[in-house]
Design a protein around this ligand. Structure first.
Ligand code: NAP
Length: 245
């Protein structure tokens, strides 16, 4: 009997790192991926191991289909099917469409949308065989609300929410639930490029008057991954302090 484990893509920093910690603290065995942040990934793994948790980081470029397939084959051989996959890895390359280079469009589509497709497809047969599983796709409020300068990012997040519904329809009969989380402004490095004055005006627009914290997202992910959410599938849940109401 193999131990249930959770896969978090993009777990070296930001929300993903928070997810890795939160799932470890709840007693799950966690595997996470990263692209460039080898040092932060090693540090996170060490920190969690010292605290008595089980977490392992792997460099795996989600945009590289072959790398993803090889990564999945290795883990399936070692650990069997993941109990939960969280497609969290994502990037932004903001800019107005009129001056957006094709590379900024393609990089974001590849990282946010194709990467999630490759990862789910690599593991899905094994999850079907297991007869259970949870998939959580990290969307954004930009997936359902206009965001000038983010046509590439918004397209990927709207795409992820569509993928979430279609996969829920495909996979429910195999005991696999698929949901999405759509955060608003969460206090991570992704927001570092926003000047402080702009952050101030963002806070004023949020009914709860603060940026979200990583734990605000992690708590929802823990719930969706748990049996408490066993009748919930195909949904997108907004965590934005009321920004989009
Ligand atoms: N922060 C927010 O306010 C916010 C709001 C709405 C939605 N989100 C969504 O939440 C998710 C996490 O956001 P974040 O703010 O935590 O981002 P972040 O701090 O920039 O971290 C992104 C993570 O994704 C990994 N990654 C990027 N491209 C990858 C690739 N090709 N292959 C594997 N890993 C890759 C990064 O790895 P490296 O460290 O190695 O680069 C990193 O671990 C994203 O999907 C984002 O769109 C965030």
């Amino acid at each position: 009997m193999k131990t249930p484990w959770v896969l978090v893509t993009g777990g070296s920093r930001g929300i993903g790192k928070g997810l890795v910690k939160a799932f470890c603290q709840q007693g799950y065995e966690v595997v996470f991926t990263y692209l460039n942040s080898s040092e932060p990934a090693c540090k996170l793994q060490e920190e969690l191991e010292v605290a008595g948790h089980s977490a392992r980081g792997y460099r795996c470029n989600g945009t590289d289909e072959q790398q993803v397939n090889a990564f999945a084959a290795k883990l399936i051989a070692e650990k069997g099917a993941p109990a939960t996959i969280i497609n969290n890895a994502g990037i932004t390359r903001d800019g107005l469409l009129m001056s957006m280079p094709s590379s900024d469009w393609l990089d974001v589509i590849n990282a946010n949308l194709n990467g999630s497709f490759f990862m789910v497809r690599a593991f899905v047969n094994c999850m079907i065989e297991a007869g259970e599983g949870v998939i959580i796709n990290m969307s954004s409020v930009s997936g359902s609300h206009a965001s000038a300068g983010q046509c590439n990012y918004s397209a990927t997040k709207a795409g992820l929410e569509g993928m979430t519904r279609s996969l829920a329809a495909e996979l429910s009969r195999f005991g696999i639930r698929v949901n999405a989380i759509a955060p608003g402004y969460i206090n991570t490095e992704m927001l570092d490029s926003i000047p402080d004055t702009e952050k101030k005006s963002i806070r004023r627009k949020i009914p709860l008057r603060r940026l979200g914290e990583i734990d605000d997202v992690a708590e929802l992910a823990l719930f969706l991954a748990s049996s408490k959410a066993s009748y919930i599938t195909g949904q997108s849940f907004t965590v934005d302090g009321g920004l989009t109401i």
